[in-house]
Design a protein around this ligand. Structure first.
Ligand code: PGA
Length: 251
């Protein structure tokens, strides 16, 4: 069951336009001959220039959110049409920072996901438990709920276009990575939930990433796990060399 590895950078709220230009130019030659899929999810203000600079390269550009509504009175939201017109290909949905600081819920994640899919944006849907939930042995029930409710009502065809990112909240930006066994166990569990929602054959085709302090040092071990199909990379995506080493983990 060959699932193509996908390494996606999540720049979060970093990189002005000028800094973005510098980073993309530095990155391009470093990842040019990988067989893995390479995505950078940049701030809205960097999308235009990133798409232009990445044209004709193997780097795809993504956003970090998308509005559920088509247009109208939704101050500060950015619509799928706006993203598509700029050439955006991917979009992160339901990142834990959106859930934690901006009140995103499984319901809003689901609405954004459906809009992304309806507009041919490839979604990366994030799920993950907090430290407190893990310590109380609630990891599986929390993740099951996020997957079932976040992905509710999409078709099998849409499921195959959707990427899931498992990001334990306690591992994000903390330098604490889940062990490869912990990551594998939960990602295998997520695949099982998808199999119950759809079927096993389809679930075996869905790509599931790990995210949370993934870096050049731990990428090989994580990617060696059967169920881990890629990474969503925060901190290490802000330095061209580090990000390229993650992308080129198999070299
Ligand atoms: P990190 O962030 O790699 O800095 O831990 C990952 C993410 O939040 O997507």
């Amino acid at each position: 069951m060959a699932r193509k590895p996908i390494i996606a950078g999540n720049w979060k709220m970093n990189m002005t336009r000028a800094q973005a230009i510098e980073l993309v130019e530095e990155l391009k030659p470093l990842v040019a001959d990988t067989k893995n899929e390479v995505v950078i999810c940049v701030p809205y203000t960097d999308i235009d220039v990133a798409v232009q600079l990445c044209a004709g390269t193997n780097i795809k550009v993504g956003a970090q959110n998308v509005a559920w509504a088509k247009k109208g009175a939704f101050t500060a939201e950015i619509s799928a049409d706006m993203l598509k017109e700029l050439g955006t290909e991917y979009v992160i949905i339901g990142h834990s920072e959106r859930r934690q600081y901006f009140g995103e819920t499984d319901a809003s994640v689901n609405a954004r996901l459906k809009t992304a899919l309806a507009n041919d944006l490839k979604p990366i849907v994030c799920v993950g438990e907090t430290l407190d939930q893990r310590e109380k042995n609630r990891t599986k029930s929390v993740i099951r709920k996020q997957v079932i409710n976040g992905l509710a009502g999409i078709s099998a065809e849409e499921m195959l276009k959707t990427i899931i990112a498992y990001e334990p909240v306690w591992a994000i930006g903390t330098g604490k990575t889940a062990t490869s066994e912990q990551a594998e166990e939960t990602i295998k569990f997520i695949r099982g939930v998808v199999a119950k929602m759809f079927d096993r054959k389809l679930a075996n085709k869905v790509r599931i990433q790990y995210g949370g302090s993934m870096n050049p040092k731990n990428v090989k071990e994580l990617m060696a796990m059967r169920n881990i199909d890629g990474g969503l990379i925060g901190g290490a995506s802000l330095k061209a060399n580090d990000f390229s080493l993650v992308v080129n983990f198999d070299k």
